[in-house]
Write a protein that binds this ligand. Structure first.
Ligand code: T4K
Length: 369
């Protein structure tokens, strides 16, 4: 191992220009409005809605609180069918709302929740489906819409990875009843911490905005059991600047994905994901799947990369259904989730970020090939 080489982490955030940010901070210092729907917050909501091509955005302090509020806004009770192949916040939001998570299996290629698997788990207690656009690859939205219609269910999309993703020229966030985004530091679009709920009508947006502000409708009236999920002005100003370079970031990430795909295509036993037809991707992650034909196991390759200062991550291993608060649920068994288990045992997300250069990728590929 070369002791002088740089560490390459799974991701690295892009930051706004510091001088530009200082100018916006000066405005905040001048007007002394720090939070509670201030001017930067209002401007960021509008600009985000325009950029994303969605009717209404409600900003949040993070994606997890946004998920919890989305469930409250739709008054979801009972069983909610979701995926175990995700970050734990997806199911945690269900438990926090006293919903029962029901796990269904995923598709073997992209790892997205499968409508056919979901249908098998629908009972008279099912009220909603919570699919995740894993790695930013759109789920089968048409399949889920059909199920929702047939069984009268709500759909909340966990779109934490899907900022800016479009299908046939339309934002993926326009499907379902609500979608949530995460703007965490590790995401394609980041505001340090942050998140949003995308809604499709003004009445729902208002309800969501009350919910994130303790339930206040006005100075004296609290109309619902709210929480504090607000984004503050320092973060909203940061987000406004981040919007200015998001397209160029996505283009750079696409180049990284192209380099990886070209270099990995001849390696037996390493599977990677292709772009989907008619989708504008955001290249938020670059997962590879280490299949049995590869000479090393997934964990051997993961460790080999690590000792050489390449810090991939096994998103999403272990499955959420393996964690103590979920493992006793009737649907948390390996028999019910064979595909999710296989993917979780094969996956490594390779480093992926806008400033990752070709030399670094060559260093990574040399270790894999
Ligand atoms: N739904 C889904 C499907 C999600 O994936 C997530 C979050 C949520 C909901 C919830 O959204 P938020 O409430 O977070 O807004 C990370 C993130 O914390 C989490 O946001 C994300 N998903 C999840 C997939 O990944 P960790 O524990 O892997 O993060 P951490 O701190 O180990 O960071 C990973 C790497 O990123 C580090 O090795 C280096 C780099 N990094 C990280 C940070 C925080 C930086 O370079 N700079 C940084 O500031 O969870």
């Amino acid at each position: 191992m070369n002791k002088h080489q740089d560490k390459i982490l799974v991701t690295q955030p892009t930051l706004p220009d510091l001088q530009q940010y200082q100018k916006l901070l000066q405005q905040i210092w001048d007007n002394k409005w720090l939070t509670n729907n201030g001017p930067f917050h209002q401007e960021f909501e509008k600009k985000l809605a325009d950029y994303l091509g969605v009717p209404y955005v409600s900003l949040f302090s993070n994606g997890t609180i946004a998920l919890m509020v989305a469930l409250k806004a739709l008054d979801i009770q009972g069983e909610v069918i979701t995926t175990p192949y995700t970050f734990v916040a997806t199911s945690h939001s269900l438990l926090w709302n006293n919903n029962t998570p029901v796990f269904a299996d995923v598709d073997p290629v992209y790892g997205n929740l499968s409508p056919a698997a979901v249908e098998k788990h629908i009972t008279d207690k099912t009220t909603a489906i919570m699919p995740v656009h894993v790695y930013g690859n759109p789920v089968d939205v048409a399949g889920f819409e059909q199920l929702a219609k047939k069984y009268n269910l709500k759909i909340i999309y966990d779109a934490a990875h899907a900022f800016g993703v479009q299908q046939k020229g339309k934002s993926i966030l326009n499907y379902g009843d609500l979608s949530i985004l995460s703007f965490h530091a590790t995401k394609t679009f980041n505001t340090v911490e942050g998140g949003a709920i995308i809604s499709h009508d003004l009445a729902t947006k208002k309800q969501i905005d009350y919910l994130k502000n303790f339930g206040f409708e006005n100075e004296t009236s609290v109309v619902t059991l709210g929480i504090n999920g607000k984004m503050n002005e320092l973060i909203a100003a940061f987000g406004l600047l981040q919007l200015e370079h998001i397209d160029s970031d996505i283009a750079k990430r696409q180049k990284v994905a192209d380099w990886y795909r070209k270099a990995l295509s001849g390696i037996k036993g390493i599977r990677f994901l292709d772009d989907m037809p008619n989708v504008r991707h955001n290249y938020s992650y670059f997962p590879i799947f280490v299949e049995p034909e590869y000479p090393l196991t997934r964990d051997e390759l993961y460790e080999k990369l690590k000792v050489n200062d390449i810090y991939g991550r096994r998103y999403f291993y272990p499955l959420v259904s393996e964690f103590p608060m979920y493992q006793n649920l009737p649907t948390a068994t390996k028999e019910n989730l064979p595909v999710a288990h296989r993917l979780a045992e094969q996956v490594i997300c390779l480093p992926m970020y806008a400033t990752l250069n070709e030399n670094s990728i060559q260093r990574i590929i040399k270790l894999i090939s």
